[in-house]
Each structure stands twice: as structure tokens, then as C-alpha cells.
Design a protein around this ligand. Structure first.
Ligand SMILES: O=C[C@H](O)[C@H](O)[C@H](O)COP(=O)(O)O
Length: 230
């Protein structure tokens, strides 16, 4: 599996050109990309990256990839990031690693987003992977009730679980928020659910990425395929 992730990362690297401003994703697949990009930088390629998490920032520094911020540059040429699920419309579930908020800000500031993954992430319908919803701890019971109402309106339902860290306490994101993982099974209309969740005051962001992925690089036992968003 790890070899497939690296193959997808290597294929995406072929799209990187000298002088590009890049969004650097988070997770085990994106980490391969950062490492391979670091090798290119060592051999002379000039790029600059905006990391989507503190973990990726540390990886990029370790690999010698020059970094900037979205305060210093207001737009990026290309973001390369992993995903937890990808559907045929290139709607995504992201946030398995808790980085969805910065990932979405960075992807939205990019001209293109290439999603890199092994084939196991490709699904007909999103939802088997629990949907991460990043929330403010204040007023959480009220926010959960509002999320449940949004689920009902979108025709989905399922258990909501507050994500725990390794220490057994609530997992805290880089932004200082908590994550509710919603076990929905099947999300029939991802854009509708995304819209309903986005207007809930206590919801900071959710893991549905709609219209952000421009292509997906999928590595499987039979090779690599590239899917462009129609
Ligand atoms: O918050 C984490 C990110 O959305 C990751 O891109 C996603 O969870 C996929 O990670 P991995 O490449 O480790 O499966």
C-alpha cells in the first residue's frame, strides 16, 4: 500500500514546474510527495510550499522544501493532497488526519488540486469513511443537534463520535478545535450535505471537498490512472 502511495505521489510530481507556488497536503500519501519534492529541490528545482498542517510543516523543513504562508502569497498554482474517499465526480472526504480546515483553505486558494491516493480510496458513493466535522467545543450539544438536523434534511443518519487522541482525551486540531466523526455509511448528495453543514455556527469546517479536486492520481496493482474532473 505504501509503495502505491509513493507511486501516486511520484506521478503528481511530474506536474510540478520550476517557480510554482504549491499547497502541501497532509497524511501518509502527501508525506511521500513532500519527500520526493525535497529531492527535486535538492537537485535545483525552485518552488515554494504552503503546508496544510504542523506535521507537514515539519516534514517540509526536514526535506528542505522552502515554505511560505497564505499571508505572503494570496494564491497558489497547485495543491497536492491525499484523501480518505474519492467519488467519480471527484468529491472527496478528507480529514482522517484532522487537517481538513487548513487543507480546504489551501485547496480553495489553488488554481488546481491533484488528489493522490491508492485505488482503495476510490468509491462509487462517499460515506463509508466517517465524515469528519470540525467543531468549536463551546456549545457542543447544541451544535451536534444542529448537525443531526442537517443530516436529516440531507437524508442521511448515523452515529456521531467525538474523536479521541492517543492520550484518550478529545483530539485537538491545529486550529484548536475538536472533530466529530459522523458514521453515515452513504452520502447520496454530497454537495447538498456540504451546504447544510457549512451554515451551522459551531461547525468550523467539514471534510466534504466539493468542486476542489481537479484531478485524481490513483495507483493500483495494475498501474496508475489519472481521472480528470468533468
Ligand atoms: O486530515 C488528513 C487528510 O485529509 C489526509 O489527506 C487524508 O486523511 C488521507 O490521508 P492518508 O494519505 O494518510 O490516507
Amino acid at each position: 500500500m505504501d509503495a502505491l502511495k509513493r507511486q501516486a505521489a511520484a506521478r503528481a510530481l511530474e506536474e510540478v514546474r520550476d517557480g510554482m507556488k504549491l499547497g502541501l497536503g497532509t497524511g501518509s500519501t502527501a508525506k511521500h510527495f513532500v519527500e520526493l519534492l525535497g529531492e527535486k529541490v535538492q537537485s535545483g528545482m525552485k518552488v515554494v510550499g504552503v503546508p496544510t498542517s504542523e506535521a507537514t510543516r515539519a516534514d517540509a523543513i526536514r526535506c528542505g522544501v522552502p515554505l511560505t504562508t497564505l499571508d505572503e502569497v494570496d494564491h497558489l498554482d497547485l495543491t497536492i493532497d491525499g484523501a480518505d474517499e474519492i467519488d467519480p465526480a471527484l468529491n472527496l472526504i478528507k480529514g482522517g488526519g484532522g487537517a481538513l480546515l487548513r487543507e480546504k483553505i489551501v485547496a480553495a486558494a489553488s488554481d488546481r488540486m491533484i488528489v493522490i491516493a491508492d485505488e482503495s480510496k476510490w468509491v462509487d458513493v462517499l460515506g463509508r469513511f466517517p465524515l469528519p466535522v470540525e467543531v468549536i467545543p463551546f456549545g457542543l450539544a447544541a451544535t451536534r443537534a444542529a448537525i443531526a438536523r442537517a443530516f436529516a434534511q440531507a437524508g442521511v443518519s448515523g452515529e456521531m463520535v467525538i474523536r479521541k487522541g492517543k492520550d484518550g482525551h478529545a483530539f485537538v486540531t491545529d486550529g484548536g478545535h475538536w472533530i466529530v466523526d459522523a458514521h453515515l455509511g452513504r452520502i447520496g448528495d454530497p454537495p447538498r450535505l456540504a451546504g447544510l453543514l457549512s451554515v451551522i455556527p459551531g461547525v468550523v469546517e467539514h471534510g466534504l471537498f466539493i468542486g476542489l479536486g481537479t484531478s485524481a492520481v490513483l495507483a493500483g496493482a495494475n498501474g496508475i490512472r489519472v481521472v480528470e474532473r468533468r
